[in-house]
Design a protein. Sequence first.
Length: 100
Amino acid sequence: VVQQPPSLQGGVIDTAWAVLSTMLAGQPTTEDAAFTEVSTHTAVGLIAALAEYTLASPASYAAQQPAMAQCLLQVARTDQPGLKREIAALSPEGQQIVQR
């Protein structure tokens, strides 16, 4: 079970999401398709898992939602077809959670 430690500051979490978004933005989309595909899969999977956890404990990760949304936007800019594939591969509930 994922649980945010009480001493972890919100800014640290936002920074982690920013690092992931920056990594995605820095990828050349045409040179290494395998790296882009794996990065898209990882980002969508992480966001889906955290978003699902947020439903069970809204106060725990609600502050991350804007940063997760920004990360998804970066994934869409970097690999829109891959993002569509990854979201389509989620369960219907997972798709709804990620699309919120």
